[in-house]
Design a protein around this ligand. Structure first.
Ligand code: GLU
Length: 262
């Protein structure tokens, strides 16, 4: 299969499309990103690499980081994780509060903001130096010591993070956030600010595609069952627009009940 030809075609079709988006501006620093930047990179399990456009340009990976925090939390906490959040599509916007009230503070999945905040809380409970340890995990699985947070972007998000502040406090009111909400939010803004290029992202997440779920350096990140679960959750819960996620069901059981013991 000619992968380069395929991604070139996707690139030029999207680039020439009349449906143009806009950089998210609700985080002030993101409004300064060049809207012309657009790239695709494909890394294959047999070590081939294909890129087109600005695939070497670094940007803050925002919600993509939720896959990395979930991977580390799942590695540490195992199946206990699912007493704190679910694996179902939410059917509401990624930053919605309404669903949480009905679900007693149990986020629907790890990729909506509420779920990512609970995952951050779990990591804070388990790691000695949360920001440093999470960064070390990302550097290790990507074999890239250059990875870093952008404090400029993290601080920018923090300055306007009213909705995430509300979400975090709301979940805490149900007992599903254990740590200080400011500490949880501070870590959350950091993970969203992690800077990577398309090439770095595709290299980093390759462990979810390899048959043995190892990185290029043969580091076992997750066991097969865990990696398959994350792939399934990404497939069914990982895509959303401002109005809400695509609502098709994941084949994993969601558990309910508040349990902040992780
Ligand atoms: N940092 C963003 C937020 O909390 C992540 C959401 C996104 O990437 O869409 O709103």
């Amino acid at each position: 299969m000619n992968y380069q030809e395929i991604i070139d075609e996707v690139y030029f079709t999207v680039k020439n499309s009349e449906f143009e988006g806009q950089p998210a501006s609700y985080i002030p620093e993101l409004a300064n990103v060049n809207p012309e930047n657009f790239g695709i990179h494909l890394s294959t399990v047999d070590h081939c690499k294909y890129g087109v456009g600005n695939y070497l340009e670094k940007f803050s990976i925002q919600s993509i980081a939720k896959v990395l925090t979930l991977s580390l939390a799942y590695k540490i906490a195992g199946e206990n994780l699912w007493s704190r959040l679910g694996v179902e599509p939410s059917g509401t916007a990624f930053n919605s509060l309404s669903q949480l009230e009905l679900d007693n503070g149990i986020p629907r999945n790890p990729f909506v903001n509420s779920g990512a905040l609970v995952i951050c809380d779990i990591l804070i409970s388990h790691l000695n130096n949360t920001k440093e340890d999470f960064l070390a995990f990302c550097r290790s699985i990507s074999d890239n010591k250059q990875l870093n947070y952008s404090y400029k972007i993290a601080n920018s998000e923090k300055s306007v993070g009213y909705r995430n502040v509300a979400l975090c406090n709301f979940i805490k009111s149900f007992g599903n956030i254990v740590n200080n909400t400011e500490v949880v939010l501070d870590f959350y803004y950091c993970i969203c600010s992690l800077e990577m290029s398309c090439q770095e992202i595709s290299n980093t997440l390759l462990f979810l595609a390899n048959d043995d779920f190892r990185t290029n350096d043969h580091l076992q990140v997750l066991n097969m069952s865990q990696a398959k679960s994350i792939n399934a959750i990404m497939l069914t819960c990982g895509f959303y627009d401002e109005s809400g996620e695509f609502a098709f069901k994941v084949g994993l059981p969601g558990k309910s009940g508040v349990g902040a013991e992780l």
